[in-house]
Design a protein around this ligand. Structure first.
Ligand SMILES: Nc1ncnc2c1ncn2[C@@H]1O[C@H](COP(=O)(O)OP(=O)(O)OP(=O)(O)O)[C@@H](O)[C@H]1O
Length: 365
């Protein structure tokens, strides 16, 4: 899976541009504020229909225009290509086109273009709320288990109905039984998929982490969102009084968590910022290996400001792992040489100089 061509129009300070890309490493270098991260933002927008920097699309679209369009030619396998396009305007409208057809939801984009981002905010996966770690697991499960999405949507719907029942004055217990049943079935199904996924992820993650960091006693474990010895239905019945007081459901797959510990302590409390970033990189690279088993293609990695928090030895180890994955990479940095020298000699590299929003392909390295 790689983008062969990328057209960007109306995004931040970038001048309209068409880029011919390497299926492996694409380096964007230039001064602060030149527009490097905006290129990654364009690719992210194409996969998720939103930005990783701002929830407000108005700030992503260039000040002087009303909309932005990102278009890409995607090589899925040797014989299969797709034309993918997305347009967003300042009124908030979204249009997605896939091979000439209008697409209704952004889920199809994510399915075609699995994307991982590693940037100076990556440590938040360890430090931030459990929701971020749930999203991390679910990203992997979504790409490896076709039935996951339907089960996840059933959980969302039944949970919403159950929570709204908890807040109502007039209580119809037959109605509660219906929502409990649906919620428990869907939660258990999701738990099964997540558990299977973590079982696959764990040995790969440990192997990748060992290449990046010399730390002992690092553990990763999965909590399903309710006690492992008890049926969810029993817990919901036993905790109904408390759920009623709180106005929402305490147990279920919406409370799942990925626990990362070092010697019994929360990893985020004891690891340095750089070590946290390396753990997150190991998690994301491990996910890349798993996707390779399921999809006829690879994850695309967006790596913004690699140098931040990482010394040269760790930068080199990280790039070696990404090199071995043979995936497409978009990477940014201020200087070209320090990023260029991180890759093996046989790696296909394209370099682009970004200056005041202009992107120019650089032929000699
Ligand atoms: N909506 C917008 N329209 C036009 N320009 C914008 C808009 N939003 C941000 N900018 C400008 O576009 C540039 C975006 O830069 P970007 O963050 O992509 O730079 P960068 O090269 O990654 O910088 P750094 O090395 O500092 O991270 C900045 O100069 C910013 O001021």
């Amino acid at each position: 899976m790689s983008l062969i061509r990328l057209d960007i129009t109306g995004l931040r300070n970038l001048k309209p541009v068409t880029l011919s890309l390497s299926p492996h490493v694409n380096i964007f270098y230039g001064n602060n504020g030149s527009g490097k991260t905006s290129v990654l933002e364009a690719v992210y927008l194409l996969s998720l229909a939103r930005s990783f920097r701002s929830h407000k699309i108005n700030t992503v679209i260039n000040y002087d225009v009303s909309d932005c369009t990102i278009f890409a030619k995607v090589q899925q396998t040797a014989n299969v290509t797709h034309q993918l396009g997305i347009n967003r305007n300042k009124q908030g409208d979204l249009q997605i086109r896939l091979d000439g057809q209008t697409v209704r939801t952004a889920i199809q984009l994510a399915d075609i273009l699995p994307l991982q981002i590693i940037n100076p905010d990556s440590f938040r996966l360890l430090e931030g709320s459990p929701k971020l770690r749930r999203q991390f697991i679910d990203w992997g499960v979504f790409h490896s288990e076709k039935r996951f999405l339907a089960a996840w949507q059933r959980v969302q719907k039944s949970l919403k109905q159950r929570n709204s029942w908890l807040r109502q004055n007039k209580k119809d217990f037959n109605e509660l039984a219906v929502w409990n049943n649906e919620f428990c079935n869907a939660s258990e199904e999701i738990d099964l998929y997540r558990k299977q996924y973590i079982e696959q992820l764990l040995p790969i993650f440990e192997k990748v982490l060992a290449e990046l960091l010399d730390i002992k006693d690092f553990t990763l474990s999965y909590y399903r969102g309710w006690d492992k010895e008890t049926k969810l239905e029993t817990i919901l019945n036993n905790t109904l009084e408390r759920d009623l007081q709180m106005g929402h459901t305490q147990a279920g797959s919406q409370r799942a968590e990925l626990r990362l510990k070092l010697g019994g302590f929360n990893a985020a409390d004891v690891l340095s910022r750089g070590q946290q970033k390396l753990v997150v990189c190991a998690l994301k690279i491990a996910q890349g290996y798993i996707i390779d088993n399921y999809k006829k293609g690879q994850v695309i990695y967006l790596i913004d400001d690699l140098a931040s928090e990482l010394d040269e030895k760790h930068r080199t180890s990280l790039c070696r792992l990404l090199d071995d994955l043979k995936c497409q990479i978009f990477i940014t940095g201020v200087e070209k040489e320090p990023i260029y020298s991180l890759w093996q000699s046989q790696t296909k590299i394209s370099m682009f100089h970004v200056e005041h929003g202009h992107i120019a392909a650089v032929n000699e390295h």
